[in-house]
Design a protein around this ligand. Structure first.
Ligand code: SAH
Ligand code: SF4
Length: 379
């Protein structure tokens, strides 16, 4: 086996196909089946001779994520829990278009993608880090989160259009056109697999999602932020800031010991200068921790220096953790005070709160239920 088909660039496949005595158009056919039709296996590639399918089967693996649980309904945030080949769980969250939220008709559905099983960074408020880090996701496991949601959507539509063959259209319309790498795990700690997956999802022969529609979120790995800045791709960057001073950040984010704000800010500045794009500072509001007036001035200074906008997110309660979100009045006041300092800021009146939408929560719940052996069958 030379690897998984969903982890390989077209430029990597071409010489292999040539070696096997296959014409170049076969590569295009295979890629179209995967990224346009989003088939789940070699045997669905009906315009390939059987012998060729057998050859490909013996040379390349074909990973599919298994949907084990889904929460949410069609017009609200939907959460997918996937089982990987080794039995580990990860999740993706589909956030439907909401013109009121994004203000642009061209924005459709956003998928929030995971990059690791668990997380080693142990932010004190986050469910993903609660049970530690298990492993990095492979590139194909990142890529297939997008394809698997598209497959699920195709299956739903086929059901709705009762009986229409899923292969009757040459190319299926795409559901997802925005990606946020804000699911479980620290994306920049899985740098190589992340980059490979994002390049595949961005490629015109692959996922076809514009780089500017892909946002990578990090808890603040300064050297990798610089490395990402040096890549040619124009990905958007979001920083999980959650504190505008070292003392507040240190209380909730151990990563701040390694990369204190001075270092993180310098790396963000480098990214901003290289890309010329606006960075987003994510700021979860946690009652009594980072919602005080003392954070307003330093946060405004940081935002101005980095030409960044601030996304305020009311904390999403995690079972077993004692943190709470502040009252709506405190949230609104924090926003108002930031705006008074001429900061571009939004307050998320959150979607998906009721379905454990913050990262890692569905997985945690399922693992705990499995430990107690009370998990219900898959949706
Ligand atoms: N590790 C990366 C990306 C995944 S976390 C990072 O930290 O940026 C994605 C976002 O969800 C981060 O901004 C994180 O701080 C936030 N988050 C984690 N737990 C949360 C919770 N309980 N409520 C609201 N946001 C949360
Ligand atoms: Fe990891 Fe991000 Fe959660 Fe921190 S917030 S524990 S870095 S997933």
């Amino acid at each position: 086996m030379i690897g998984d088909i969903k982890s390989l660039f077209r430029e990597e496949l071409e010489p292999r196909f040539k070696e096997w005595g296959l014409p170049a158009y076969r590569v295009d056919q295979v890629l179209a089946w995967i990224y346009q039709q989003r088939v789940a296996g070699w045997d669905a590639m009906t315009n390939l001779p059987k012998a060729l399918r057998e050859k490909l089967k013996s040379e390349l693996s074909f990973t599919n994520l298994e949907l084990v649980r889904k929460q949410g309904s069609k017009d609200t945030t939907q959460k997918f829990l996937w089982k990987l080949g080794d039995g580990a769980f990860i999740e993706s969250v589909l956030i439907p278009a909401n013109p009121a939220l994004y203000g642009e008709a061209s924005d459709r559905n956003t998928l929030c993608v995971s990059t690791q099983v668990g997380c080693a960074y142990g932010c004190k408020f986050c469910a993903s880090g609660l049970e530690g880090w298990k492993r990095n996701l492979h590139a194909e496991e990142i890529v297939d989160q997008v394809l698997a949601v598209e497959r699920w959507n195709q299956a739903q539509q086929t059901l709705e259009n009762s009986g229409e063959s899923p292969l009757s259209n040459p190319s299926k319309p795409r559901l997802i056109d925005n990606l946020v790498i804000m699911g479980m795990g620290e994306p920049l700690a899985n740098y190589d697999n992340l980059l490979k997956a994002l390049k595949i999802l961005n490629a015109p022969w692959g996922g076809g999602i514009g780089a500017r529609k892909i946002t990578v979120s990090t808890s603040g790995l300064a050297p990798q932020i610089r490395k990402l800045a040096d890549e040619p791709m124009q990905f958007r960057l979001a920083i999980s800031l959650h504190g505008a001073t070292d003392d507040v950040r240190l209380k909730i984010m151990p990563v701040n010991k390694k990369y204190p704000l001075r270092e993180l800010t310098a790396a963000c500045e480098y990214y901003q200068e290289k890309k010329g794009r606006m960075i987003t500072l994510e700021y979860i509001l946690i009652a009594g921790v980072n919602d005080g007036q003392d954070q307003i001035k330093p946060l405004a200074q940081l935002a101005h220096r980095l030409h960044a906008k601030v996304n305020l997110i009311p904390y999403n309660k995690v079972e077993d953790l004692s943190w709470e979100r502040p009252s709506v009045e405190v949230q609104e006041k924090f926003l108002e005070n930031l705006e008074r300092q001429d900061v571009i800021a939004t307050l998320r009146r959150e979607k998906g709160h009721d379905i454990d939408a913050a990262c890692g929560q569905l997985r945690l719940k399922t693992e705990r239920e499995l430990a107690k052996a009370v998990v219900e069958p898959a949706v």
